[in-house]
Design a protein. Structure first.
Length: 376
């Protein structure tokens, strides 16, 4: 696949191998060890706010544990932003709970406070008060933090923040991953930094962290003879993967700058194209890591549709992708309740994610610019 321009590919910093070598030297080849603890500490000092971090095997596992910690039970309802990757909602299904989907607002593309409140009130009226709210920072953009928090507090519903895409983003100077009662990060291969596979649960409540580690290591009671009084999971992060994560933490700030400069690059030549808008921070309160740079195509002004442009790019070796298909439109969730209008559906129909890797070369960028402008 030489020469292909990927949407978002792993970008090593160079420091990763020393931590992996250390793990080999000390024979810490296991889902616990010094790299796991140190990776957690690195994340804690990066995020600030006195948070505690539990490193686990994936972002999906972290969401599953968050629902478990909140006490979601079989048959409960859980609210989830519709415009997101399926991993935000799959853990609701693992719990035997029911997802309730909510549309996006147009400024941050995240969960719409008006539709959210409507969903909560309707749930209460049906005798099914939602047990949790999953708000996502999509493509790295913080959701309307204050409005959503206010609603969660008003109805006393725990907030889970899915910041899988938003490590390094901020709202009013505070890091994403610190706004939920429980927040979630991902270090999958396509994210802003990667541990090859991994995730983290972030919380200001130390009891939640302790319990997350307990649950993610098979819920072993304090006994030598493998005693269990609770169902556990094998969700702890591997010490090898955590070594990659430690190396990546050394370059996280660079990765954020590089992705933000990709966004500025797209802005520099797309601003002049009538009918194209680049997804951007609504105001100075928002600082987006621009994990992906995303455009919207106005069908009344751009002759080619999203698929024609995507295929045209692909022919020239450039990978672009549609937005996440809203979950309320997914076959597996077709019978789910949905609150809101057609914002997420319109974004899906008109949006295209452009190559956004922190490792894009100047030559690759020039190639993308030339091909994209010709197609538009
Ligand atoms: C990647 C992602 C996840 C899942 O993380 P994994 O580490 O891949 O399990 C969850 N939510 C969103 C929004 C994501 O982009």
């Amino acid at each position: 696949m030489e020469g292909k321009i990927w949407l978002s590919s792993p970008h090593m910093g160079g420091g990763e191998m020393k931590y992996i070598q250390q793990a080999f030297d000390e024979n810490w080849i296991s889902p616990l060890g010094p790299n796991v603890n140190a990776f957690e500490e690195d994340l804690e000092s990066f995020l600030g706010e006195d948070v505690h971090v539990a490193a686990v095997s994936s972002g999906t596992a972290a969401i599953h544990l968050a629902l478990k910690l909140i006490g979601v039970q079989f048959g409960d309802e859980v609210i989830c932003q519709s415009l997101t990757f399926v991993a935000s909602a799959n853990p609701i299904m693992y719990m035997g709970a029911t997802p309730i989907f909510v549309d996006s607002e147009i400024e941050t593309w995240n969960i719409d406070p008006v539709a959210l409140e409507e969903a909560i009130v309707d749930g209460i009226n049906r005798g099914k008060k939602p047990k949790a709210i999953i708000a996502v920072c999509i493509y790295g953009m913080p959701y309307k933090v204050e409005a959503i928090k206010l609603i969660a507090e008003k109805y006393d519903i725990p907030l889970i923040e899915d910041s899988a895409e938003a490590l390094g983003s901020m709202y009013k100077g505070q890091k994403c991953g610190t706004f939920g009662d429980l927040s979630v990060l991902s270090f999958n291969g396509n994210k802003i930094i990667t541990s090859s596979g991994g995730g983290a649960l972030v919380t200001s409540n130390y009891k939640y962290k302790e319990k997350a580690v307990f649950l993610s290591t098979q819920s072993k009671d304090a006994a030598a003879h493998y005693q269990h009084s609770e169902v556990g999971y094998n969700y702890r992060l591997s010490n090898i993967c955590a070594g990659i994560g430690r190396g990546q933490m050394e370059v996280l700030n660079d990765r954020v700058s590089q992705r933000r400069s990709n966004h500025a690059f797209y802005e520099s030549f797309l601003n002049d194209v009538d009918g194209v808008s680049l997804f951007s921070e609504p105001n100075e309160d928002y600082f987006c890591n621009y994990w992906l740079s995303v455009i919207l195509l106005d069908p009344t002004k751009i002759k080619r549709n999203r698929e024609e442009i995507r295929e045209g790019l692909l022919k020239e070796g450039i990978e672009a992708r549609p937005l996440w298909k809203p979950l309320h439109l997914q076959p597996i969730f077709k019978n789910s309740r949905f609150y809101g209008g057609d914002v997420s559906e319109t974004l899906f129909n008109q949006g295209l994610c452009l190559p956004s890797g922190s490792n894009l070369s100047e030559d690759q960028k020039e190639h993308i610019k030339k091909v994209l402008l010709a197609l538009l």
